[in-house]
Design a protein around this ligand. Sequence first.
Ligand SMILES: [Zn+2]
Ligand SMILES: [Zn+2]
Length: 526
Amino acid sequence: MNCMALEQRGEALLVDCGVTFDDRGRGVDVVHADFSPLDRLGAAIRGVVITHGHEDHIGALPYLLKRHDVPVYGPPYALGLVRERLVEHEVLAHARLIETAPGRAFELGSFHIEPIRVTHSIADATALAIRTDVGTVIHTGDFKFDPSPPDGEDFDIARFTALGDEGVTLLMSDSTNIDVEGETGSEADVGHALERQIESAPGAVIVAMFASNIHRLRMLGDIAKRTGRKIVLLGRGVGTHAKVARGTGYLPWPDDIVLPEHLARERPRKEILAIATGSQGEERAALARLARGDHPLFDVAPGDRVIMSARTIPGNEPEVYALLGQLIRKGAEVITARTDRGVHVSGHAHRPDQRRMIELVRPKCFVPVHGTIHHLSRHAQLAREMGVPSVAVTENGRVVEVTEDRVMLGETIGAGRIYEWFGQEVAPSVLRMRGWLAEAGVAFCVVTYGALGVTDVLLEMRGVMDDDRAGADQEAAVREVKQALANAFEHASDDDRAEITRQAIRRALKHRRGIKPVTIVKVVRK
Ligand SMILES: [Zn+2]
Ligand SMILES: [Zn+2]
C-alpha cells in the first residue's frame, strides 16, 4: 500500500496511493494507509503522482479523493484503471485526472516532475525525476530492466544516465527482489515458454495470471493467433484490464481473437485459450470456480492444460496447492513455474539490476522503498557497499529529512492502516471483536428477574460447541449462573449481575471445555 509524501515550502506531493489485501479472515475488502498523518505534516497537498497502475499503487485513490480534492497525475494506462475504480466509488465526477508521458515534465506547486519510462510487469510504468530545492530526487517506482518489452517501450536507460551525469541528490529504489541473484528475465522469454506449452496442449488451455500483466495478455493474443485458438476471458479483473488496455492502445488484439465467454462451451476444446483470474487460490475467482466445477460458462476437462503463469505470494501456498489438487482430479495437466521455470518471471529487479540502477544514477543519498524492513536493510547495505555516501532506512510513518548531500531520519508522524468494508471504514474495535469471534465463538445470555428473584436464564451459543456433550455443558453453565446470582449481594446493580453472569458462564465452560467464548449478557426485569 505504497503512499509517500515529498514536502518542501509547506507544499506536499504524494507519490502513489495504493492498497493491500493482506488481512484474511476478518471480512474486510481492502486495507490502505491512514491519511491523517498527512494532516500532521501541515503541508498543502498539491496532487498525487502515480507511477504505474498496480493496485498497491493506485487502489486507495478513491478513499484519498473522498478526503482531499486534489489532482491526480499518472500514465494513461494507470489512469484508465483509476477511472474504473473511481466509477465504482462514485467519485469520478469531480476527480481531476491528468495524463503524464515520459519525457514531458510538469510543475506541481514548487516541484518540477519528469516521468521516465521503466519496464515492469504492467504496461506504461514510469519512474519520477523530481526537482526540489535540494536537488533531484529519483523515485524508481516498480521496475526491472526488461531488454525486450512486448510493447516495444524500452527502459529509458539513457535518461537515468544523463540525470546521473547531472547529479542526483536522492535515489529511492524498489527493494522487492533484493534477495534474488541472477538475471531478472524478460517477458518475451515468458512468451516463448507459454507458446511452447500452448502449442503442444491436446485440449483447452487455461492460463492463470495477474490480469494487470498487459504484456502477457498481449503475447497471449499473438500466441492464440499463431496456434489457431481463441481467447476466452474468465473473471472480472481480466475483463477490466483487457477493456482499459484496449481503450488505451496497449492491447492491440484484433476483434475476432476474443471469443465471447458464453460461446466457450460450444467450440472444440483445442481452439480454446482461456485466461483466468485467481492465481492465488482466491475462492471467488474464476480459476477456483473452474476447479470446483461451478463456473457458469466453462469447465475443465481431462486433457486440458492449466498454466500457472504467476508467482504464489508467500502465505497463499495452502490455497494454491488445494486448487491445483482439484484441477488435477478433474484430469487437467498443471504447469507451474516449478515444473517449467519459463512460464513466469518477476516484474521487480533482481539484486544485480538493483545494483545497476544505483550505478546509473550515482546518487549522493539513498533511501530504499517497496519492501519489508528486511528488504530495505539489505538494499541499504548494498548501496553503502557501492559507496553511496548517505543512506537511510525508514519505515512507515517516519520522516526522512533530505539536504543537498545528506539524508537523516526525522520525527515520527505515525502511520496506520484503514480497513474498508463495503465502502466504509471498519473501526479497530470491530476488527478486534471479529478476530475474537472467529477464535472463540459467542455466547448470549438473558437473565430474567421477577419479583422474587431469577425466573429464567436463557443461554444461546454460536460457533462454540455442537456435539454429544454440548447439552450437558450448557446446562452446567446455566446452573453455575443461577448459583452465582444466588450468592450476589442483595444490592448489586443489574450491571453487576450481568458481569457475575458473564464470569459464571466463562468459568463453567473453561472448567468443562477449556474454552472462553465472547459472552454477552442482558438482565431484564419483569
Ligand atoms: Zn508494480
Ligand atoms: Zn508495487
